[in-house]
Design a protein around this ligand. Sequence first.
Ligand SMILES: *[C@@H]1O[C@H](CO)[C@@H](O)[C@H](O)[C@H]1NC(C)=O
Ligand SMILES: *[C@@H]1O[C@H](CO)[C@@H](O)[C@H](O)[C@H]1NC(C)=O
Ligand SMILES: *[C@@H]1O[C@H](CO)[C@@H](O)[C@H](O)[C@H]1NC(C)=O
Ligand SMILES: *[C@@H]1O[C@H](CO)[C@@H](O)[C@H](O)[C@H]1NC(C)=O
Ligand SMILES: *[C@@H]1O[C@H](CO)[C@@H](O)[C@H](O)[C@H]1NC(C)=O
Length: 195
Amino acid sequence: MASFSHLLFLSLLFHAALIIKCDDEEDNLLQGINQYRAGLNLTSLTKSDRAECLASEVADQFKNQPCTNTTGANTVPGTEPRIPNFPNLLTKCHLNVTTTRDGQILPACVPNLDPTLVLSNFTKSLYSGYLNDTKFSGVGIESEDNWIVVVLTTSTPEGNYSPGTNDNNDDDNGAGGLSPIGAAVLLLVGLFMLM
Ligand SMILES: *[C@@H]1O[C@H](CO)[C@@H](O)[C@H](O)[C@H]1NC(C)=O
Ligand SMILES: *[C@@H]1O[C@H](CO)[C@@H](O)[C@H](O)[C@H]1NC(C)=O
Ligand SMILES: *[C@@H]1O[C@H](CO)[C@@H](O)[C@H](O)[C@H]1NC(C)=O
Ligand SMILES: *[C@@H]1O[C@H](CO)[C@@H](O)[C@H](O)[C@H]1NC(C)=O
Ligand SMILES: *[C@@H]1O[C@H](CO)[C@@H](O)[C@H](O)[C@H]1NC(C)=O
């Protein structure tokens, strides 16, 4: 019995660690982007749940594509791949085109999401032209495999990512998975089982 609890605890710990690590990539990038903006005397971007939801859905669409010199931040302007099922992705996040059209979706592909390369893919590529734009005020970041997606939102009605009509189901942001709080709860449960 003791060893079973132990095993369970270790497995919970492992999952919690994985989940927390997973969030690190996004937080690192957000920090890097905000430092970049601070260097230009621009306001920090604040987190937007709906932008994060869309980033998660878009990352999910890209995750099986390999990184090449024509994907992500290396894309030649005007030849950006269309995001498959885009209208469906908006619907999943309770968004519509009216409130998202001035936003910007920036997917990048970096093997193993190397933090330095991830940041430079945004701040030292054509994407920097969006990150240094005063019109953006909010951001959502999610990653899947080698892909990390940044969604920028504005503070105007055309890009603030406010929820679409006839859908007030606020609690389902479609992002799925456990939050760090969920991971902490799992950890606590594991600790109790040890005692
Ligand atoms: C940022 O603002 C400071 C103080 O207002 C100024 O000295 C500095 O030159 C500005 N930097 C840029 C990049 O605009
Ligand atoms: C991408 O890589 C291929 C093969 O490695 C090369 O032939 C091509 O010139 C590269 N394209 C760009 C835009 O760098
Ligand atoms: C972006 O990431 C790729 C790896 O997928 C790397 O080869 C490239 O140098 C990076 N670009 C910039 C501008 O950092
Ligand atoms: C923003 O970045 C783009 C591309 O790097 C550059 O052409 C532009 O001058 C920059 N604008 C500002 C306000 O820094
Ligand atoms: C999208 O949602 C906004 C805000 O709720 C609403 O005003 C607008 O009519 C909707 N547009 C479409 C095309 O559904």
